[in-house]
Design a protein around this ligand. Structure first.
Ligand code: ADP
Length: 624
């Protein structure tokens, strides 16, 4: 019989497959099943328009047959089949649609990924086979043909016997090696799992004969084997079903079946988009973050299907990082299962789908915020950090998309509020969105500056999450109102108390100058204040870095030595101030001692570490 040569390009792919170290060898089954399904599609559509073709629904199926002795797998379909010429041109050359240019070994390396994501069709079977036989009987032909190849040295085609229409592909599995057990592909369990994983939504039944065991009739302890045919795939994916036919329970069950999480999801989003690019998608917002969500190990992504066939388990391009918690599936008929020559175009399609999905998630969250506040707060509790990070990330590129989705604790409402709600409740003439950063709500609530502003009727946002202040700095403003820390000197409002402080400054300016000299570059300024209530001292800051940011940055491994520009404020109504004044007149040593102590106290009040605890204790003893 005449040996035929593979075409050059196909040879290289074959070579890649035969010597594949690719770990997902199992995808060969997905490829063969998809081809079988395509072949059935072709005959199915023909039968729809051709009255001479008579088919019943039960005539369309795919079957997997295992021969353990022979170590072969047979994948059989009732599709359109291939003529002699088609066997030659389709299996002798890598399909035109799936052409790949392997130019250098480098690119072959990249090829491994392509095998997994898009497959290389029929040839992938050579990852597991050392010989393949394809018997096919094409529609409208009298004769059937057999294509045989062991890979390297070409293939043969000869006439054969095959009554029924369609194709049978027989895979002679490679011998097991230390690294890989090819014989696993003979196991019912393995085959069932692979079909479930990749081909669950193929539209035709994928049948397999299972060997089961039962008690022999009339016997109490003797068993006999028997064959039972099962259908391995569920055929219609949930996301293709009509929303109205599905209950919350169906959606929750699917979430669990898919192992998206152990919880009941907080929300599902079932979307169908038709147009330039069509796709179906079923998305879930989990109710709790997975244990590794806020770590580097977490991998975001959606399952990507092409017409019901899984092509990627975690397609990260479909989700922005800030929605990385979303789970789900995307299915598009416009994505080809083949390796496309235009991989670029593929990724453009993905971007388009991704943009659609991002927008939809945002709309749904906004809707939840407006209509189901409790649920939204539950959501925000779990994933608010991710949204905040999204605002801060990429130098604020996405901040406008997310600004309406974040919440902060409000001094007035004593609960979380959105920025829009804050703006709606602003006092007349209020120029800024006031905030204060701190470790926890209680502490912040008792800060003298907070009490002062609260008394005057202003609402303050308490930023107690570590990232919060960076987020607010990145946003800069909302609805044209700038954010302003209440520790800032300029709050854009007249504060009566400040005027009195200014008078004291005019009269005792020397004293504050003298203190500035004593404290050197620890502070940028020392000044009197009436904003401090019962506290003797406090820090205000000038410039971008606040005391809270200083704490956080210095706690980071590479935080360096960041310092806030601190203004030491002395409470002019406090007893200590009188003492300070008198010592300034009478006892310069005592004045110096008190100046240093006040600075240390301010550090303690702000939760900053003391620069020299020993000296601090000594100073107290001296004073006593
Ligand atoms: P692709 O499926 O990407 O086109 P393949 O290498 O998997 O590439 O298959 C090449 C061609 O062989 C297919 O396009 C199809 O025409 C034909 N073919 C493969 N398997 C079958 C089958 N089971 N029945 C009919 N034709 C098939």
């Amino acid at each position: 019989m005449e040996k035929r040569e593979f075409q050059t390009e196909s040879k290289r792919i074959l070579d890649l497959m035969i010597n594949s170290i690719y770990t997902n060898k199992e995808i060969f089954l997905r490829e063969l099943i998809s081809n079988a399904s395509d072949a059935i599609d072709k005959i199915y559509y023909k039968a729809l328009v051709d009255e001479n073709l008579n088919f019943n629904k039960s005539d369309y199926y795919i079957e997997i047959l295992v021969d353990e002795k022979e170590k072969t797998l047979l994948i059989k379909d009732t599709g359109i089949g291939m003529t002699e010429e088609e066997l030659d041109s389709n299996l002798g050359v890598i399909a035109k649609s799936g052409s790949l240019d392997f130019k250098s070994s480098n690119e072959i390396e990249d090829g491994y990924d392509i095998i997994g994501q898009f497959g290389v069709g029929f040839y992938s079977a050579f990852m597991v086979a050392d010989k393949i036989e394809v018997k096919s009987h094409a529609l409208g032909e009298e004769k059937a043909y057999k294509w045989t190849s062991t890979g390297e040295d070409g293939y043969t085609i000869e006439e054969t016997e095959k009554e029924t229409l369609g194709t049978e592909i027989k895979i002679y599995l490679k011998e097991d090696t230390e690294d890989f057990k090819y014989s696993d592909f003979l196991k019912e369990y393995t085959l069932r799992e692979i079909v479930k994983k990749y081909s669950d939504y193929i539209r035709y039944p994928i049948k397999m004969e299972l060997t089961k065991s039962r008690l022999k009739e009339g016997s109490e302890d003797e068993y006999e084997d028997y064959k039972e045919e099962v259908v391995l795939n569920s055929m219609v994916p949930l996301w293709r079903k009509n929303k109205n036919d599905l209950s919350d329970e169906d959606y929750n069950q699917f979430y669990k079946d898919k192992r998206f999480g152990f919880d009941n999801p907080l929300k599902h989003i079932h979307m169908k988009v038709d147009g330039l690019l069509s796709f179906n998608s079923l998305l879930y917002i989990p109710s709790a973050p997975p244990y590794d969500f806020y770590t580097k190990e977490y991998e975001k992504g959606l399952e990507l299907y092409s017409s019901g066939v899984l092509i990627m388990e975690k397609c990260s391009e479909l989700l922005p990082d800030y929605f990385g918690f979303v789970k789900g599936v995307v299915d598009s008929e416009d994505l080809s299962l083949n390796i496309s020559r235009e991989m670029l175009q593929q990724s453009r399609q993905l971007t388009l789908i991704g943009n659609n999905i991002e927008k939809k998630i945002r709309e749904e969250l906004k809707d939840m915020l407006e209509k189901d506040r409790d649920k939204y707060e539950e959501f925000f509790d779990s994933f608010g950090g991710s949204l905040k990070f999204g605002i801060y990330d990429k130098f604020g590129k996405d901040k406008d998309k997310l600004k309406d989705l974040i919440l902060f604790y409000s001094s007035r409402e004593k609960k979380m509020v959105s920025l829009k709600e804050y703006i709606d409740n602003m006092k007349e003439g209020q120029e800024f969105i006031y905030y204060v950063a701190g470790d926890n709500l209680d502490r912040v609530d008792k800060m003298p500056q907070v009490e002062l502003l609260k008394e005057k009727g202003y609402e303050i946002l308490y930023l107690v999450d570590q990232l919060d202040e960076f987020v607010v700095k990145m946003m800069y403003d909302y609805d044209e109102k700038q954010f302003r820390s209440i520790i800032n000197d300029d709050l854009g409002i007249e504060i009566e108390e400040d005027k009195e402080a200014e008078k004291v400054m005019e009269n005792s300016g020397d004293l504050f100058k003298a203190m500035e000299e004593i404290l050197g570059d620890k502070v940028v300024k020392v000044k009197p204040s009436k904003r401090l209530k019962n506290n003797p001292v406090g820090f205000a800051t000038e410039g971008e870095v606040s005391v809270e940011m200083e704490k956080l940055l210095n706690a980071m491994p590479e935080g360096g030595n960041v310092k806030a520009n601190k203004v030491l404020e002395i409470n002019m109504d406090h007893k200590l101030f009188k003492k300070l004044e008198s010592s300034y007149e009478e006892d310069k040593d005592l004045f110096k001692l008190i100046a240093n102590l006040l600075y240390d106290q301010a550090n303690l009040i702000e939760g900053l570490p003391l620069e020299d605890p020993v000296e601090f204790t000594n100073n107290i003893w001296k004073l006593l």
